[in-house]
Design a protein around this ligand. Structure first.
Ligand SMILES: NC(=O)c1ccc[n+]([C@@H]2O[C@H](COP(=O)([O-])OP(=O)(O)OC[C@H]3O[C@@H](n4cnc5c(N)ncnc54)[C@H](OP(=O)(O)O)[C@@H]3O)[C@@H](O)[C@H]2O)c1
Length: 355
């Protein structure tokens, strides 16, 4: 039985993605084979392809942080799963495939009837947004938040969850993303033509309680200037270092990443030492999942409930067949995507494809 799989043959631009046809993998003891219905495409995939993400595997590898699929075959010693069950997982790499074998403990059962593409948005983007809001910062209704990259995958998740949490929200985006940011309850600030620190102080007076910053580097310190006394900047990405040069070759990106990490550490220290109690804290979904695996599970279940109740509706920018992963990477690398790109399997009906 055949399996389609996308492979990064060497670190580099979207052209290094190859589509391979090979035998389906067989689940070992303790593993489950999942037929992938939807795999998210996100900047961490692009960074792994470039070889600049901390979680980058050695080449060749199959990218793909997050997936939703159907249990297809169960290895020995896994009584808790049956073929046909919908599941979600965050394998960090490997999701760009028709079929993937994963350890059973990595799978989270899902309620039936959800759209796989919408549900996959929860795994990386919404858990990131949810944990930053409710685990890292513990936001309270009425607080003010500045969300950078507000029209992107994580940004739109932050806006939807922020609205549910009763936050007053401001979101930086390019002019193309402004309508989506307004629709989701944020006040858009055009990062390409406005100084967001000045804008925040003009609109709020004293500043915001929290800034969610995926840009990184010196941008984190600028974000800190938008805080009111006692506020927090949550830094969770390095978009600034992968836009431009860093996206066309792994070398500049790799240097930038190490520089970015060193700058981050100095900002965390300075946040504690300087007056005003304005903190800069890091967030990493993979680190928190390793430290607190039960939180990951609990938070995904809470988000699946919100999706089922239609209290959140992930914004899907486009759905591509698996074989068009390269096109999806080209689009995301260029920028201007509103919401999340998702790879969907051909014939993604819910019947288990039995081997
Ligand atoms: N730490 C974690 O656990 C974790 C988890 C998930 C994601 N991340 C990180 O989060 C970041 C965002 O990921 P994503 O998948 O949401 O990416 P995305 O969908 O591409 O969104 C990024 C957004 O940022 C905007 N942007 C770019 N430069 C900006 C700037 N200087 N100021 C304000 N906005 C700017 C882009 O707008 P335009 O395209 O219109 O310019 C885009 O809408 C990435 O760095 C990723 O690695 C971290």
């Amino acid at each position: 039985m055949r399996n389609t799989r996308v492979i990064v043959t060497r670190y580099g631009g979207p052209e290094v993605l190859r589509v391979a046809e090979e035998e389906r993998p067989e689940p070992k003891a303790g593993e489950v084979r999942v037929r992938v219905l939807a795999a998210g495409v996100a900047l961490p995939d692009v960074m792994a392809r470039e070889g600049v993400h901390p979680e980058t595997p050695p080449v060749p590898f199959t990218p793909g942080w997050d997936l939703v699929g159907v249990v297809d075959r169960v290895g020995a010693g896994v009584p808790e799963f049956q073929p046909g069950q919908m599941v979600a997982a965050m394998p960090i790499h490997g999701a760009y495939a028709g079929f993937v074998c994963l350890p059973a403990h990595e799978l989270i059962p899902m309620p039936p009837g959800l759209d796989a593409a919408e549900a996959v948005c929860l795994v990386l983007n919404y858990i990131t947004a949810y944990q930053m809001m409710h685990r890292s910062v513990k936001v309270r209704p009425g607080q003010r938040a500045l969300i950078h990259g507000a029209a992107g995958g994580v940004g739109t998740a932050l806006l939807q969850l922020g609205r549910l949490a009763g936050l007053e929200m401001y979101g930086t985006c390019s002019s193309r993303g402004a309508p989506a940011v307004s629709d989701l309850g944020g006040i858009p600030i055009d990062y390409q033509h406005q100084d967001y620190v000045k804008e925040i102080h003009r609109l709020t007076g004293e500043g915001v309680d929290v800034v969610f910053d995926p840009i990184g580097g010196a941008h984190l310190w600028h974000s800190r200037k938008a805080l009111r006394r006692g506020g927090t900047v949550v830094g969770y990405g390095l978009i600034g270092s992968i836009r431009g040069e860093g996206l066309t070759s792994s070398r500049p990106g790799r240097r930038q990443r190490f520089r970015g990490t060193a700058i981050f550490a100095s900002y965390i220290a300075a946040g504690w030492l300087l007056p005003g109690r304005k903190r800069v804290v890091p967030y990493s979904i993979q680190t928190l999942k390793r430290l607190q695996p039960t939180w990951f599970r609990q938070d995904l279940i809470a988000l699946l409930d919100l999706l089922q109740e239609r209290k959140i509706k992930p914004l899907i920018a486009a759905r591509f067949p698996l074989a068009e992963a390269r096109h999806a990477h080209e689009l995301l690398g260029k920028g201007g995507v509103t919401g999340k790109l998702v790879l969907v399997s051909s014939g993604s009906s819910l019947e288990p494809a039995m081997a």
